[in-house]
Design a protein around this ligand. Structure first.
Ligand SMILES: *Cc1c(COP(=O)(O)O)cnc(C)c1O
Length: 457
């Protein structure tokens, strides 16, 4: 297709105008999904033989489709793990697209990969891993966890002929993220869950390992700890677990996809003690490091092991192999070949603002959780389920049944007021439906929190 098929200047202005409006808007509405049939009825056929024209397609986007979206950076979007990409990062996401960078190999993507690596060096420095540790940006925590699990498994298999024919086994807690279970399935690995949504303690893990059958013990190759559970912000006993891994020669992976941002903070960083002993660490900059989707990261203590697991071979790729002569090839260290330089927006944002601003913004999220905890304690109709942890707050509306929480969520969403969804909290063997805040956006205010809690009356 020729570039002149589009009125380039006019379309560029339109897109820039849209972007500027979106970036400077202080009151974005929380949109709602519509059924696919409803959207189809609104926009009609958009993919036709001769095209409907950029102006027309863009109009449909603005008028209908963009409104069927929940802007994840809305200050009263406190469900799941929200996001709040910086303007600098968003602008450089546009630059990343416009620059047509192939991010797999240094030979083609050197300038972009250099920037990614500058940002990565900073991420690695937060973990305290020894010299030589490094990582790559992935599509997210799921891909990062998979890349780490496969690296660990391939390393374990390389240790003996026996291991090569065994199905591997990993241990994590039931509080670990769903992607750990899903990716163990992808890698065809058995997974054993220590039954706790609370902090996974070293003695629990020790007991679990002791109770394994001899065959299970032989197959066990890795422990996955969580550095900030997605549901409640709980950090496992990383130091104790690291020591058990060292003693038993097990791979130690820390999933800090959500919580990793807190490594920047002064106030809670100590809770991550032991992370510096990890073999691999997942951190999602698209969660608590203000990057646009999608941007995850996997960091390895020994990068060479990742290369052994992930480097792709093919005669058409031979030219890229001479890394020593050229530079760092991100495709060698995770599951993806062709990739966007998705760390580039993070680099620009870090370069623009400096890391102190990141520290302030992340401390604000932690502070907001503390503020919410205090307000909840002071209000008679709600109570804390457990103390706030990182930027997560679990609380209950006294007297409410699961359906009340759901109705309240849908009602607030319908009004475009807030998106706060229920979750479950397990005490003993019973699951209770409760409400949950997760703070990421530093622009969320005390007033926002109060308004949301007041809507539970
Ligand atoms: C969100 C999350 C993941 C998955 O990350 P994606 O970027 O959604 O793939 C994994 N682990 C934890 C702890 C998470 O919070």
């Amino acid at each position: 297709m020729h570039k002149t098929d589009l009125d380039l200047v006019e379309m560029t202005m339109d897109v820039m105008k849209y972007t500027i409006n979106r970036l400077s808007a202080t009151k974005v509405k929380i949109g709602k999904p519509k059924k696919a049939e409803e959207l189809k009825a609104l926009v009609g056929e958009t993919i036709t033989k001769s095209g409907i024209g950029g102006e027309n397609a863009f109009k449909l986007w603005k008028k209908y489709l963009a409104k069927a979206i929940v802007p994840i950076d809305h200050p009263r979007h406190l469900a799941f793990v929200p996001a709040s990409p910086t303007r600098a990062a968003i602008l450089f996401d546009l630059v990343t697209s416009a620059s047509s960078i192939h991010g797999a190999y240094w030979m083609e993507g050197a300038g972009g990969i250099f920037c990614e690596n500058e940002a990565m060096s900073w991420l690695v420095s937060l973990t305290g891993l020894p010299k030589g540790a490094f990582g790559v940006f992935t599509s997210g925590g799921t891909a990062a966890n998979l890349s780490a699990i496969v690296t660990a498994r391939e390393f374990w298999r390389s240790l003996s002929e026996e291991n090569k024919v065994e199905k591997g086994l990993i241990i994590t807690s039931s509080g670990a993220h769903s992607s750990i279970k899903a990716m163990a399935k992808v890698a065809d690995i058995d997974i054993l869950l220590v039954n706790t949504e609370n902090k996974l303690e070293a003695n629990q893990l020790e007991k679990t390992i002791k109770n394994l059958t001899a065959h299970q013990k032989k197959r066990l190759f890795a422990i996955v700890a969580t550095g900030g559970t997605t549901n409640a912000g709980i950090i496992d006993d990383l130091d104790g677990i690291a020591n058990i891994c060292q003693k038993n020669k097990l791979w130690f992976h820390v999933d800090a996809a959500y919580g990793g941002g807190a490594l920047v903070s002064d106030s809670v960083k100590h809770l991550f003690k032991g992370i510096e002993k990890a073999d691999s660490i997942t951190i999602d900059p698209h969660k608590w490091m203000f990057s646009p989707y999608d941007c995850g990261a996997i960091i390895y203590k020994n990068l060479e092991l990742a290369k052994r697991a992930h480097s792709q071979e093919g005669s058409y790729l031979d030219i890229f192999n001479d890394e020593s002569a050229l530079g760092f090839n991100p495709s060698d260290y995770q599951i993806q070949l062709t990739r966007r330089v998705r760390g580039l927006p993070l680099w620009f944002s870090l370069a623009t603002h400096g890391t102190n601003r990141y520290k302030q913004a992340i401390e604000r999220g932690i502070k907001l959780a503390q503020i919410a905890g205090k307000i909840i304690t002071d209000m008679p109709h709600v109570e804390l389920v457990r103390p706030p942890s990182l930027s997560c707050v679990l609380y209950r509306r006294i007297g409410w049944k699961p359906k009340d929480y759901l109705d309240w969520t849908y009602n607030n969403h319908k009004k475009g007021f807030a998106l706060v969804t229920p979750t479950k909290w397990k005490t003993g063997n019973t699951f209770e439906t409760v409400s949950r805040f997760c703070f990421i956006n530093p622009d969320t205010t005390k007033k926002d929190i109060k308004m949301i809690l007041n809507s539970m009356h």
